[in-house]
Design a protein around this ligand. Structure first.
Ligand code: CA2
Length: 151
C-alpha cells in the first residue's frame, strides 16, 4: 500500500492542455500529466488523486476536505496563483505540506505572472520545466512529507 496519499489540484483552463496554445504550454494533455504523476507516485511509494476545476469554490471545497485523507497537496493554481486570496487561505487553513508548480517560467512572462499569492503558504515552488515541474514537485513534496512536513 502507498505510504502517502497526495492530492493533485489543477486550476482553471488546464483542461485545455495539449489542445490550445501548444507553443506556451506544450502538447501534452492533462490526462497524460496525471498518468505520468501516477507512475511517478508509484515509484515514490505514494498515490495521487487528481482534480481539475475552472471554479475557485470547487477547488476550495476539495482543499477543505483534504486534511483528513491526504498527506500533502501538489497544486498548479493556474491564473488563481496571481490573485486568489480565497485559495491561499484555504491552503493555509488545510495545514498540509504544499508544493506549487507551473508549467511555464512565470518570471519570464507578463509582469502580473511574476507574483504568486500562493507561494508564501507553500513549502516551495517549481516552474518552467513543463510536465517535469509536476514530476519534480511531486518528488519534492514526498520528501517534505517524509521529513515530517518540514523542508
Ligand atoms: O505555467 C503555468 O502552469 C501557469 O500556472 C498556467 C496558467 C497561467 O495563468 C499561469 O500564469 C501559469 C494558465 C493555465 C491555462 O492553461 C492553458 C492551457 C492550454 C491552453 C490555454 C490555457
Amino acid at each position: 500500500m502507498a505510504a502517502y496519499k497526495i492530492m493533485v489540484l489543477h486550476g482553471p483552463n488546464l483542461n485545455l492542455l495539449g489542445r490550445r496554445e501548444p507553443e506556451v504550454y506544450g502538447s501534452i494533455t492533462l490526462d497524460r500529466v496525471n498518468k505520468a504523476l501516477e507512475e511517478k507516485a508509484d515509484e515514490l511509494g505514494a498515490a495521487i488523486d487528481a482534480f481539475q476545476s475552472n471554479h475557485e469554490g470547487e477547488l476550495i471545497d476539495r482543499i477543505q476536505a483534504a486534511s483528513t485523507t491526504y498527506a500533502g497537496i501538489l497544486i498548479n493554481p493556474a491564473a488563481f496563483t496571481h490573485y486568489s486570496y480565497a485559495l491561499r487561505e484555504a491552503l493555509a487553513a488545510a495545514g498540509l505540506p504544499l508544493v506549487e508548480v507551473h508549467l511555464s517560467n512565470i518570471f519570464a512572462r507578463e509582469a502580473f505572472r511574476s507574483h504568486s499569492v500562493v507561494s508564501p503558504v507553500a513549502a516551495g515552488v517549481i516552474c518552467g520545466f513543463g510536465i517535469n515541474s509536476y514530476l519534480l514537485g511531486l518528488e519534492a513534496l514526498v520528501r517534505v512529507i517524509a521529513a515530517g512536513g518540514k523542508r
